[in-house]
Design a protein around this ligand. Structure first.
Ligand code: NAX
Ligand code: K
Length: 466
């Protein structure tokens, strides 16, 4: 990087940005020529990228106008290039705009958009495209107002259709409120190799296929793993059935159920070996414990037995409520086998003593460190963080999964992956990925219940592994 001339990276960024804009214009309007582009230009290099990209578009016959937020500090080279290519500046957003380039702030931005910038952005966004629709909004590097490192949106921010980002995927484009502001994220390679490994990784299908335990010719039901399900109760028998459904869609060779919903589970899943308590369940290679268990003395006893087992454990729902008790947390920290917890925001707050807040990655890492567990923090972009500071984001999430009982399916599947021999992190990431795909598949048939997600899970797993 030291050997590159200063402007080289900016030229590469601008070239990638202009290419993407040209493609968006062609897709929507059939051509690039004579389209109208408005650049919103801040005082830093982010504005410079926008100006150079604007110059490239102007050279292709686009009518490019630049609105400079701070005319005296606008990138001088970029502005000269734009003018030389036939572009011009304007004092206010024109009425007709086909595409807006948000070059207000990039990675140098602090806090939400300042008031002047916010009003310029909202005036521009309310202009009309030449086909009568809304202009396409393309963010340069990050949507201005989004914290690039955390995804926090502390005030006003741009909501983009597409974000063209340079060099690496910033965490703020992948998690939290920032992810929903970024729209589709396009990465432009500008020839930078990161000095440190990425903090945040996004799971893809190849990862999941590579990790998922597959039965070989030598496998039997025990070598494929036995998963123990300690969820539900006579009152909450549905939770038991949903966890068993999740566990059954995983790679484990056998599912054992232990709890007071045993009869109910036996009727629905004749292949599941049922008992009334964890103590009497026999050997398992991993447990899932919590949902529908209740929080009474009996439930606490079952959780203690699960925590004492020298096998991986996935804890959810009522188990997390019971863990708000500090003595239980000591049992957790003493475990040597992997533990995964799968909280939503309220459960996270109870466990950690603080809410996840805007920086979901830092929060998940903090809890993972505090409890010595892998944390799967549920959300639109579920975050998985391990005690050794590995962090993944799941890209398959869908609003369809925000429905009661879907978490039971997820934790059942996660435990089956633990029983199949995956590490806590991989089991969590793979379960979230497949669960998201099942949620999407279920949503194709209309409003989704957790039963639909459970029903879609097997074929979604098969599709991911195909
Ligand atoms: N660092 C690199 O290697 C590269 C950087 N590039 C571009 O350079 C950008 C970073 O440029 P800079 O460091 O100059 O910083 P930015 O352009 O991101 O922002 C700094 C400017 O924005 C103003 N500002 C800060 N917070 C604001 C807020 N909340 N509301 C309104 N204005 C605010 C500041 O007064 C300052 O003038 C990247 O995001 C990227 O677009 C690219 O050209 C490619 C290479
Ligand atoms: K921007």
């Amino acid at each position: 990087m030291d050997t590159l001339p200063a402007g080289t990276l900016m030229q590469r960024a601008a070239a990638g940005l202009a290419r993407r804009c040209a493609q968006l214009l062609t897709d929507r309007f059939g051509a690039v020529y004579a389209r109208r582009v408005l650049l919103l230009v801040g005082a830093g290099d982010n504005g410079g990228d926008a100006l150079y990209a604007g110059a490239r578009l102007a050279a292709r016959g686009v009518a490019v106008r630049a609105l400079l937020l701070d005319p005296d500090r606008a990138h001088a080279g970029g502005l000269a290039a734009l003018r030389a290519a036939g572009g011009s500046t304007v004092a206010a957003a024109p009425g007709v705009v086909d595409l807006i380039l948000d070059g207000v702030v990039g990675i140098g931005g602090k806090g939400g958009l300042r008031p002047t910038a916010a009003s310029v952005v909202s005036a521009a966004a309310s202009s009309t495209a030449s086909d009568g629709g809304r202009p396409i909004l393309v963010a340069v590097d990050v949507p201005s107002g989004v914290d690039p490192d955390t995804g926090e949106v502390p005030g006003e921010a741009v909501t983009a259709d597409v974000t063209v980002t340079f060099g690496c995927l910033k965490p703020g484009l992948l998690v939290g409120a920032g992810a929903t502001r970024a729209g589709l994220v396009d990465l432009v390679d500008i020839g930078l190799s990161p000095a440190v490994p990425p903090v945040l990784r996004v799971a893809d299908r190849e990862d999941i296929r590579g990790w998922w335990p597959v039965a070989g010719r030598e496998s039997d039901k025990y070598t494929r793993g036995v998963v123990g399900v300690a969820t539900g109760s006579s009152t909450y028998s549905g939770a038991a059935v949903l966890s068993v459904a999740g566990a059954s869609a995983g790679p484990a060779g056998m599912v054992r159920y232990a709890g007071s919903a045993a009869d109910y589970v036996r009727q629905r899943y004749p292949s599941v070996i049922v008992t009334e308590s964890v103590e009497r369940a026999g050997r398992v290679q991993a447990w899932v414990c919590g949902s529908g268990l209740g929080t009474d003395e009996r439930a606490a006893g079952e959780l203690r037995t699960v925590l004492a087992a020298p096998v991986p454990v996935c804890l959810d729902a009522d188990a997390l409520s019971l863990l708000a008790d500090g003595r239980m947390q000591d049992l957790l920290r003493e475990r040597s086998a992997p533990t995964v917890v799968t909280p939503h925001d309220r459960e996270f707050t109870r466990l950690a003593g603080f809410p996840p807040g805007g920086d979901r990655v830092a929060s998940a890492l903090g809890l993972a460190n505090q409890l010595n567990v892998t944390v799967l923090l549920k959300g639109d972009r579920t975050v998985v963080a391990s005690p050794d500071r590995e962090v993944w984001v799941n890209p398959t999430g869908t609003a369809a999964l925000a429905s009661g009982g879907t978490g039971d399916v997820l934790s059942g599947l996660l435990a089956a992956l633990l029983a199949g021999g995956l590490s806590g992190v991989r089991a969590a990431v793979a379960a979230a990925y497949a669960h998201g795909m099942a949620g999407r598949a279920a949503a194709e048939g209309g409003p989704v219940t957790s039963t639909d997600v459970a029903a879609a899970l097997r074929s979604s797993v098969a599709a991911v592994l195909a």
